[in-house]
Design a binder for this molecule. Structure first.
Ligand code: TYM
Length: 333
């Protein structure tokens, strides 16, 4: 059966980028045709320094965001990565399969490490190998992610291919990235050339999933745009990154294509479009924020759910890791 795995780093709170690029799709994939496994990847977060109290808080916040968005712990396995030790165990084996040259090509490492790569943690460098372990530990066939994770999923396929080849057995599947929809790369609201991220300098750059209605409306109204009205066709948004971003966000929030949004708002000025976007965003996001706050009031309940999810995750992972050990020649007695 097709199996979905995906994860979010608790290196801060959730943004609209995480929601539209990932969680919204995760919710849709729950149920009938897929088995779904969703993870708060705390071991990935610590590849850069995290204050311990803040890490624990952010782990619960990300879990609360998933639950408030509609991830149902009855339908999906939901847990935090560090409670399932098999992730780290398989990652070690993959560290011995993956090549240094492959890691050197990872654009996310280059961006995060910056000029001072020698000062970054060894974990940050090996990050994609742990991510491959997350996915392949469950023999996941599909990984719904935003555009920025595409290279990492491709590397996961390379690791699976090399492992299968080196040990002469088609054991790990070649996982498909699922990158579909109008908002797979949500941009910064103040600079359309940068991705919206948890860690940008100004809070006005991003929508946080915990923002209240007034804050959401204010951020969209102040979002940077050019002075031109919306064009007649999507083609007219070429070279208008900020405008394109707002149209894509509207499309995703209203479950339409960007073409359909342009057809509806052709010729409209920002004085019309931005308030419509702000209203739509408040309508869709503020119930999630309210529910997140309610869930965050009971951290023990979140921990209980994560613990139960981790138990289920271990049940799926254990036979796969046992077989991996056997294939590699590592004795388990
Ligand atoms: P992370 O925590 O940076 O982001 C979580 C998910 O949100 C998506 N995303 C975005 N999508 C569109 N526009 C944006 N501005 C935006 N910002 C973030 C990401 O693409 C991602 O899908 N390495 C991963 C976490 C991870 C993982 C995994 C994912 C670890 N193991 C296994 C899938 C499978 C990461 O740092 O995501």
């Amino acid at each position: 059966a097709p199996r979905v795995f995906s994860g979010i780093k608790p290196s801060g709170g959730l943004t609209l980028g995480n929601y539209l690029g990932a969680i919204k799709r995760w919710v849709e994939m729950q149920g009938e045709s897929y088995e779904t496994i969703y993870c708060v990847v705390d071991l990935h977060a610590i590849t850069v320094w995290q204050d311990p109290k803040e890490l624990a808080r952010a782990t619960r916040e990300v879990a609360a965001g998933m639950l408030a968005s509609g991830i149902d712990p009855e339908k999906s396995v939901l847990f935090n990565q560090s409670q399932v030790a098999q992730h780290a165990e398989l990652a070690w084996i993959f560290n011995c399969v993956a090549r240094v040259g492959w890691m050197d090509r990872m654009t996310q490492f280059k961006e995060k490490a910056g000029k001072n790569a020698e000062k970054s943690s060894l974990g940050l460098y090996a990050y994609p190998s742990l991510m491959a372990a997350d996915i392949l530990l469950y023999h996941a066939t599909h990984v719904p992610v935003g555009e920025d994770q595409k290279q990492h999923v491709e590397l996961t396929r390379d690791i699976a291919t090399k492992f299968n080849h080196d040990f002469g057995e088609e054991f790990f599947p070649l996982t498909e990235p699922v990158i579909e929809g109008p908002a797979m790369r949500v941009m910064n609201l103040r600079d359309g050339s940068k991705k919206m991220s948890k860690s940008g300098e100004s809070d006005m750059e991003r929508i946080n999933m915990t923002d209240d209605a007034d804050t959401i409306a204010k951020k969209f109204k102040k979002a940077r745009t050019d002075p031109e009205p919306l064009p007649e066709t999507l083609d007219g948004l070429k070279d208008r990154a900020e405008a394109r971003n707002l149209v894509d966000i509207y499309a995703s929030l209203s479950n339409q294509s960007s073409e359909a949004v342009i057809a509806e708002y052709a010729g409209a000025g920002w004085g019309k479009f931005k308030p419509a976007l702000a209203d739509l965003a408040v309508e869709k996001l503020s119930p999630i924020a309210t529910d997140m706050k309610r869930l965050m009031d009971d951290p023990a309940e979140i921990d209980r759910l994560l613990g139960r999810g981790a138990e289920r995750a271990r049940e799926i992972a254990s036979p796969i890791l046992d077989r991996t050990h056997e294939i590699v020649g590592l004795i388990r007695s």
